[in-house]
Design a protein around this ligand. Structure first.
Ligand code: XMP
Length: 326
């Protein structure tokens, strides 16, 4: 019978056994999975662990601060932040194809991670304690959907922050590999992580990059970030966080429609709300949100976010739709 305390004890023992006195690197993404896997490893081996946070500029509002301030305060994890925003934007410029975007984001992530990693590795080697391990927040559904273990077809190339190039010399530490999301959250709470991180919706490794249908630009990211912050704020205010699994907010950057706002005609972009209910993200249904909440979100987004003159609701289950649009 499942109990988060038992799982923690078991994983801590297992991590200690795997890692011994070796040094460990971890990539924090701001999401629940990497936060909890990193905290578990920290619980097991303390300062043998160094966490790296790559700010790829595809994060939601406030996420960098939550990692750098709240997470560090609650765990005591040693953290290094890399500002790679320009690097990612440059690499993504002119690219609209979803799989291509995913590949670029994965590749750039590995590049920026490898850069810090080689600095850290050199430093550790000079101290006579090489870094040999890397933490990954892989969950059971990731294993299944990426075709690992069951032979299912690969639907999307999943990019998990911390994803490894094949020639890397690290051994993986994956303490969440047999767990589902709700179990991961229970473990995070038990470890004392901030509720803002533990209760956070699942957020894909490629971030807002796959929630802009079309090319990713700094301007479009800013628009999407503002719309997303409004949707999240209103859903929380309405007490609906427990009811929805996640609510991707998507910018249809290549679509325009005519509207009338303020002094006259506008020709702006639609924002899609994609609230879903799910147990494990492998299947999902669209969440029947109260009309007054949808109305509030729609009014605020069209009034407060520039270039947006329409808000639409995605009423597709998974299958046939996936949760994310790309
Ligand atoms: P889909 O869109 O495949 O999403 O129905 C299923 C769940 O996975 C999340 N997702 C990702 N998570 N890296 C991740 O770590 C990814 O590349 C990725 N793509 C989708 C998505 O948010 C949903 O929870």
């Amino acid at each position: 019978d499942w109990n988060s305390g038992n799982v923690i004890a078991e994983q801590v023992a297992r991590i200690r056994e795997q890692v011994g006195s070796g040094r460990v690197l971890s990539a924090l993404s701001g999401g629940v999975d990497s936060a909890v896997s990193t905290a578990l490893v920290h619980e097991a081996v303390g300062d043998q662990l160094t966490a790296v946070f790559v700010d790829h500029g595809l994060l939601r509002k406030g996420e960098r601060e939550q990692v750098e301030q709240d997470y560090v305060a609650s765990t005591g994890v040693r953290l290094i932040t890399v500002d790679a925003r320009e690097q990612f934007l440059t690499a993504l410029s002119g690219v609209s194809d979803p799989e291509e975007k995913r590949k670029i984001i994965g590749r750039e992530f590995i590049r920026s991670f490898e850069k810090v990693q080689s600095e850290l590795v050199a430093e550790a080697a000079a101290e006579g304690e090489p870094i040999r391990f890397l933490v990954q927040g892989t969950l059971y559904p990731d294993v299944v959907e990426s075709g690992g273990g069951t032979g299912t077809a690969n639907i999307k190339s999943h990019h998990n922050v911390g994803g490894l190039p094949e020639d890397l010399q690290f051994e993986l530490v994956e303490p969440l590999r047999t767990l589902f999301k709700d179990e991961v959250r229970a473990i995070g709470r038990e470890l004392g992580l901030p509720e803002a991180i533990v209760a956070r919706q699942p957020f894909p490794g490629p971030g807002l990059g796959i929630r802009i249908v079309g090319e990713v630009t700094a301007d479009r990211l800013e628009i999407l970030r503002d719309a997303d912050a409004i949707a999240r704020e209103e859903l929380t205010k309405a007490g609906l966080d427990g009811e929805i699994w996640q609510c991707p907010v998507v910018l249809l950057a290549d679509v325009r429609s005519v509207g009338v706002q303020g002094d006259g005609r506008t020709y702006g972009h639609p924002i899609v709300l994609r609230p879903v209910s799910s147990e494990d993200a492998m299947t999902a249904d669209w969440t029947r949100l109260p009309y007054d909440v949808l109305s509030k979100i729609s009014n605020r987004i069209t009034n407060e976010v520039r270039d947006i003159n329409r808000v639409v609701l995605d009423v597709t289950s998974k299958p046939p739709g996936t949760i994310e649009w790309e």
